[in-house]
Design a protein around this ligand. Structure first.
Ligand code: NAD
Length: 255
């Protein structure tokens, strides 16, 4: 069993040799920014069963539950700031090594950290925008939140009357095809795949490191708890991303 510093050194060497790194990030990269993840014990996201897309569309009571359960979490996401792990990935891009970030997160913190928007694939959408479930029109989430705070319990689109929700995917909704296609392209053309803060239990995101492994691409996993792919990864570090990623990225010479 390798020590932490040996595993860290192995990760540094893989990153130093790579030129086209792709990172898959999950809710765990944002816990150090104060946003709880989904599956760790005591998660507030699981206090109530999540509302499915089908229930949201068909039941006013489900839409009421959706907006009620989002209240505190939306405020947390809206005020969160990037942490050392987000900034380390932005630095990896500045140093010319990061081809793309595929994120399961909807919190927008990779954008805030300074990664270029065109390099970020938000597989599950963004909570910074609202979307109409009928015409698809996007609008400002803070504006919608003001309507809800002012007493609207079931907000609808001012253009077509469709139900409004956050521009994120609900259980039972598919990841949009263009985002998934781009993510697969990144996973199959990178020369190092880096997983940060994901339980690798949510599909299709969890299939992406498998695609990379299928091309014999090295895999690094940085996650507090074990994942189903640990035994196939080249390096596994069960530590906080904010403590580990900066140490890896600092070791790369500026290009
Ligand atoms: P997950 O909750 O299933 O797993 C998160 C993993 O991160 C856990 O295995 C945990 O051990 C690990 N972790 C927690 N803190 C960490 C840290 N500081 N450093 C390293 N690892 C840490 O998350 P997931 O795989 O992303 O799936 C959950 C889904 O819920 C996502 O698809 C996402 O859409 C959604 N979600 C998003 C946010 C967000 O945008 N910040 C927050 C909660 C949930």
């Amino acid at each position: 069993m390798l020590s932490f510093s040996e595993r860290l050194q192995d990760a540094i060497e893989l990153v130093q040799h790579a030129q086209r790194i792709v990172a898959l990030t999950g809710a765990g990269i944002s816990t150090e920014s104060g946003i709880p993840d989904f599956r760790s014990p005591g998660s507030p996201w699981l206090e109530q069963p999540p509302v499915s897309y089908k229930a949201f569309i068909s039941s006013a009571e489900s839409r009421r539950q959706y907006w009620q359960s989002r209240r505190n979490l939306s405020a947390q996401v809206a005020t969160a700031r990037p942490n050392a792990a987000h900034y380390a990935l932005a630095e990896l891009e500045r140093r010319g090594k990061l081809m793309g970030i595929i994120t399961q997160n909807f919190d927008g913190l990779h954008h805030d950290a300074g990664n270029q928007p065109e390099r970020i694939v938000e597989l599950h959408g963004t909570s910074r925008e609202a979307a109409c479930t009928l015409c698809g029109a996007r609008s400002s989430m803070p504006e919608l939140q003001r309507r809800i705070d002012a007493g609207e319990v079931d907000p609808t689109c001012t253009e077509c009357g469709g139900y409004l929700k956050s521009a994120t995917i609900l259980f039972g909704q598919r990841v949009p095809e263009p985002a998934l296609a781009r993510a697969k392209e990144l996973a199959t053309t990178c020369d190092l795949f880096l997983v940060v803060g994901s339980s690798l239990k949510v599909m299709p995101a969890a299939s992406l490191p498998r695609l990379a492994l299928g091309q014999d691409t090295p895999l690094i996993i940085i996650n507090l708890l074990p994942t189903p792919l640990d035994d196939q990864a080249d390096v596994v570090i069960h530590e906080k991303a904010g403590a580990v990623l900066p140490r890896i990225i600092e070791s790369i010479p500026c290009s």
